[in-house]
Design a binder for this molecule. Structure first.
Ligand code: MN
Ligand code: MN
Length: 305
């Protein structure tokens, strides 16, 4: 599929990228000590629609040692504190063409150690992007990311990766490691890739928390429970391809029935649960992410104006 400037899909990617960039730029203004996690996440999701996009996934807001897949719960009462290391990760799509971008913000006053953490993932992302072109080996990108993060005396997170995107597919089966790996493949012209280095002062690995707030539809299965069946019908109709959050289902039924229904759908593998991911040694984690389209002589960052 060619993404030259005349192609429809290219225009959709560009538009999705512009919206995502404009929101992630503006969100900084509301990330202040005392701000509520629920308000921030709902603001981002509302702005995506207001600015003409659709949700590619729920707004992720992950704090300190939590690396990814956290978002506001229904009735979340968490408040941001001075010094919190906040990863905001947002996804916008137009007609299924997805722009995925993230950045890390330190809440409140400047702090040398935490600024270094933020810089490490940001610079790793920039270095990786500067190397992307058709023919480059995927493990060369991993090497650049790893070396850059290690040059800050920090560790890349080995089990979080960048990923390739296709229409209505946030993750294809191709991933881009944040470390050097023996195995590699070649990057091709017109590939669409979300590159997302994570840096930490902890162990360098994430583990699953028990809780999940973000889910994705997998397949239809027979369901006996009336609430689980209603929920599965609703998910099939509204979120057949892309991730959704429990908040987006909150008005369907009581919280207690919703949680039981979600649990049943996870158990029978009708839906997939993205467990909250926490750094193994509870180190602080930073993330930087852009979506790029590979061009003949490099790449174009769609999530940058
Ligand atoms: Mn992302
Ligand atoms: Mn991503």
């Amino acid at each position: 599929m060619p993404y030259n400037n005349k192609h429809e899909s290219y225009k959709y990617y560009k538009k999705a990228g512009e919206i995502a960039f404009s929101i992630i730029k503006d969100v900084e203004k509301i990330l202040k000590p005392g701000a509520s996690v629920l308000d921030i996440v709902e603001w981002v999701e509302k702005e995506i629609l207001k600015r003409g996009g659709s949700h590619a996934f729920p707004c992720n807001l992950s704090i300190n040692e939590v690396a990814a897949h956290d978002t506001a719960r229904i009735d979340d009462n968490r408040i941001l504190k001075e010094g919190d290391v906040v990863k905001i990760d947002i996804g916008v799509h137009i007609n299924g063409y997805i722009a995925d971008t993230a950045k890390t913000i330190i809440v409140g006053a400047k702090n040398k150690k935490k600024d270094k953490l933020v810089k490490a993932s940001k610079e790793a992302l920039e270095e990786a992007i500067s190397k992307i072109r058709p023919g480059i080996k995927s493990n060369e990108i991993g090497r650049v990311i790893e070396d850059t993060i290690r040059s800050y005396d920090l560790k890349p997170i080995v089990n979080l990766t960048g990923h390739f995107l296709e229409r209505y597919k946030l993750h294809t089966n191709k991933v881009l490691f944040n470390i050097y790996t023996r195995h590699y493949f070649e990057i091709k012209e017109n590939d669409v890739i979300a590159i997302e280095p994570f840096a930490t002062d902890g162990y360098g690995k994430v583990v699953d928390e028990a809780e999940a707030l973000i889910f994705r539809y997998l397949t239809r299965k027979p369901v006996r429970n009336i609430y689980a069946r209603r929920l599965l019908d609703y998910i099939e109709r509204n979120y057949p391809y892309l991730p959704f959050s429990e908040r987006w289902l909150g008005k369907m039924m009581s919280k207690i029935n919703l949680y039981a229904a979600l649990r049943e759908l996870i158990n029978i593998k009708s839906i997939y649960a993205y467990n909250i991911l926490r750094e193994k040694a509870r180190g602080l984690v930073s993330q930087a992410e852009h979506t790029v389209i590979v061009k003949r002589d490099g790449c174009e960052i769609i999530t940058l104006a």
